[in-house]
Design a protein around this ligand. Structure first.
Ligand code: KIV
Ligand code: ZN
Length: 385
């Protein structure tokens, strides 16, 4: 099996569904250009039938963004597909992403159909989309809670109808990794002609499992991951692009390849966060402001000796200029010495010990000790640089 894993970014569609994150066309274009430079393979640009603004944005991206595939979402509804096809008409590589719910919960309670009707609707939608574009992705909404045997029937019918990608969304973020992995394996083992389509993961993060589920999906045969920058998206969000990409990069023994230029991750995270008014939590993996800062004495001592002691990612790998040592009341002598040395004060042990006592008193009052505080400390101790 080929080890290329396609990165399908849905920041502009699933990510943009977050209340307050609405983007105008120009903002979508700016982010799409940055995603193209980052190296994503597919950009889901929007849901064209949902509003005139989204139609305009998908049309513009289809014209302007040439390397990645541009994808438009639809329901399994004729009008949606026709409108998406129109929005995508100038794309160099257009994709229509259509589908409907397959879990019993969705089939019987939301769609009020039978299982057979769901398959008929899906097949009709895929065949219609196929009249406009070669590349058609089918999503089995709520696949995470769909019975595997029925899901296999759905997927088989969609591939027979011409789907090039079959998306297995864990829409409600319900699965745990083993369960999701088994689901993908079941499809690989039981669906006729499964090799004619790429299996895609699309995991939500309601139980905090989205990254783990996506990686387990890939280990079981999926070759496309749907994700968003900073993991934004409905409720607890989608799989975070930076997390899955770095997980695969760091575990290179798995030998999965993506085309992502990881040193652009940090700036893209900032762009998305500021444009969408969605602050990134400080302890967010890879792109949080604390992701490369060390504050406890034991860790600081270890990092000063050799940063590999506590850093599995070099900050430059993701576009952060350097990791930082943050001085707090939990910091040790080694960190204080290191920071003072950086400011030109290379203290003998005895003076350092005295400075450390003063520093602790100061740190109990001020939660983070900045360089200006260290200068004040040296001045109060009459130490010259
Ligand atoms: O979560 C989901 O199921 C989706 C589909 C529309 C792909 O976002
Ligand atoms: Zn989703």
């Amino acid at each position: 099996m080929d080890n290329k894993v396609y990165i399908f970014d849905t920041t502009l569609r699933d990510g943009e569904q977050v209340p307050g994150c609405r983007l105008n066309t120009q903002q979508k274009l700016t982010i799409a250009k940055a995603l193209e430079e980052l190296g994503v393979d597919i950009i889901e640009a929007g849901f064209p039938v949902s509003s005139p603004g989204d139609f305009e944005a998908v049309s513009l991206l289809a014209k302007e963004i040439k390397r990645p595939t541009i994808c438009g979402l639809t329901r399994a509804v004729q009008k949606d597909i026709e409108v998406a096809a129109e929005a995508l008409q100038y794309a160099a590589r257009p994709r229509i992403h259509t589908g409907l719910g397959t879990s019993d919960q969705h089939v019987f309670t939301k769609l009020k159909m039978t299982r057979e009707q769901v398959i008929e609707h899906g097949v009709r939608a895929v065949k219609l989309a196929k009249k406009y574009v070669e590349d058609v992705e089918f999503y089995a909404e709520d696949a995470g809670r769909t019975d595997n045997e029925y899901l296999a029937q759905v997927v088989e019918a969609m591939i027979a109808a011409g789907a090039t990608v079959v998306n297995i969304p864990d829409t409600t973020g319900y699965c745990i990794p083993e369960e999701y992995g088994k689901k993908i394996k079941y499809l690989r083992d039981n669906v006729k002609n499964i090799d004619k389509a790429i299996i895609s993961t699309h995991c939500h993060n309601d139980l905090g499992m989205a990254t783990a589920n996506s990686i387990t999906g890939v280990q079981n045969g999926a070759r496309q991951i749907e994700c968003t920058i900073n993991g934004i998206g409905e409720r607890a969000g989608n799989t975070s692009l930076e997390e899955v990409v770095m997980a695969m990069k760091k575990h290179n023994w798995l030998d999965y390849q993506t085309g992502i230029q990881t040193e652009k991750l940090h700036s893209l995270s900032n762009l998305v966060s500021t444009t969408m008014h969605m602050p990134v939590q400080p302890n967010k993996a890879i792109v949080g402001s604390n992701a490369f800062s060390h504050s406890s004495g034991i860790h600081q001592d270890g990092v000063i000796k050799n940063r590999d002691n506590y850093e599995i990612i070099a900050p430059e790998e993701v576009g952060v200029s350097a990791s930082s040592i943050v001085l707090t009341a939990r910091s040790g002598r080694a960190a204080l010495h290191y920071k003072l040395k950086g400011l030109g004060f290379d203290l003998e042990t005895e003076i350092l010990n005295a400075a450390y006592q003063e520093f602790l008193n100061m740190a109990d009052r001020i939660s983070i000790i900045e360089n200006e505080h260290l200068h004040q400390l040296m001045e109060s101790m009459k130490v010259k640089s």
